[in-house]
Write a protein that binds this ligand. Sequence first.
Ligand SMILES: [Zn+2]
Length: 103
Amino acid sequence: MKKPVCVRCNVEFRPEKTGVYVVEMYQKNQEIYQIWQADIWQCAICRAQVVFGFGNQPIMAHYDGDCNAKLEELKKAGAVIVYNKEVKWLDVKWFDDRPKISE
Ligand SMILES: [Zn+2]
């Protein structure tokens, strides 16, 4: 499996924390769509982080039952939670130091 590469630093990301949970939101971020297990990878130079290495299937989806109860259970167990929220691109305020990608 190829590893993610940092656009800014031109080096591969490295695994930073395995077995985190990604909570994918929908319905304007009011509801949980799916919960996934994955890993956090980090650039050794600039420390940018990315979630990578998802499982093949979510551990739970909204049609499987009460995702909020599952999330509370994971939090109580001390799990690392990352949210994957819906975003409207027009509302994003870009950081001035983002990598410049020439076209
Ligand atoms: Zn970097």
